[in-house]
Design a protein around this ligand. Structure first.
Ligand SMILES: NC(=O)c1ccc[n+]([C@@H]2O[C@H](COP(=O)([O-])OP(=O)(O)OC[C@H]3O[C@@H](n4cnc5c(N)ncnc54)[C@H](O)[C@@H]3O)[C@@H](O)[C@H]2O)c1
Length: 252
């Protein structure tokens, strides 16, 4: 076990990467708070984790709302007594399209979910980590922050912010022994896939994107989950400020 009895909150855990991260963390002995806006899928993931014998509760959260984030952090502390790992995974994108076609409301929502959530998580989680003099954040960025694709400009910018905030938080919080890292996944097989592709999920359309990934396949949520275990593992205690590409070589 690499995460025995460590307490982890995973946002956006009702689907895709977040669900896989919860499964991988549970298998490594972590206790989980499955957090999502979608109560149905979040409850389902938490129930599946418990069915495997893992310790897991569900907490409804909209990561853009201060009170909701405060409630999430308080719930974890009340239930488990501490927090060791905060995975800021919840994220959304506009569909792949010309940049001027994305409306202002959609732009605002993307930055609220992808960027403001980091601010709110920090506001409520850093005091807990400081009290403990330990804890780590793992932010889910994207290769979009490093090697942006056309048609995703505003999403790309939001993930650029995730990368810079990760590094800035890492250096500011290091004296408190709080680590902050990010994972930059490549295009992966999750429900967000067609949003990013901006086209139907056909073998031909997939092939266009796979061609830009040297290892020759799209990402899988388990790729991201394995990286999330590595970054949370106490054996990674000297790793901070890293934005780890898990991308089959896409960013080379
Ligand atoms: N799938 C990809 O190709 C890919 C690539 C790089 C980065 N990412 C990033 O990975 C993360 C997870 O993406 P995914 O593909 O697993 O997506 P997904 O759509 O499968 O899951 C996202 C989850 O976040 C939840 N969510 C959305 N808004 C929320 C909010 N305001 N509060 C709480 N929960 C909310 C959704 O209900 C959903 O369960 C995102 O940050 C995304 O930008 C995805």
């Amino acid at each position: 076990m690499r995460l025995p009895n460590l307490v982890a909150i995973v946002t956006g855990a009702g689907s895709g990467f977040g669900e896989s991260i919860c499964q991988a963390y549970g298998a490594q002995g972590a206790k989980l708070v499955v957090a999502d806006l979608n109560v149905t899928t979040g409850e389902k993931v938490a129930a599946a984790l418990r069915a495997r014998g893992y310790d897991a509760i569900f907490c409804a959260v909209d990561v853009t709302q201060n009170k909701a984030m405060e409630h999430l952090i308080a719930t974890a502390v009340q239930h488990y007594g501490r927090i060791d790992i905060m995975v800021n995974n919840a994220g959304i994108s506009h569909a792949n399209q010309p940049m001027l076609n994305v409306g202002e409301a959609e732009f605002d929502r993307i930055f609220q979910v992808n960027v403001k959530s980091l601010y709110l998580a920090a506001q409520h989680c850093v005091p807990v980590f400081r009290r403990q003099q330990s804890g780590c954040f793992i932010n889910i960025g994207s290769t979009a922050a490093v090697r942006p694709r056309p048609g995703l400009t505003w999403y790309n910018g939001s993930k650029g912010a995730v990368v810079l905030i990760t590094k800035s938080m890492a250096v500011e919080l290091a004296p408190d022994k709080i680590r902050v890292n990010a994972i930059n996944p490549a295009l992966a097989e999750t429900p967000l896939l067609t949003t990013f592709m901006g086209s139907a999920d056909t073998p031909e359309n997939r092939a266009k994107f796979t061609a830009s990934i040297p290892l020759g396949r799209l990402g899988r949520s388990t790729d991201v989950a394995n990286a999330a275990v590595f970054l949370a593992d106490p054996a990674s205690e000297f790793v901070t400020g890293v934005c780890l590409e898990v991308d089959g070589g896409r960013c080379i």
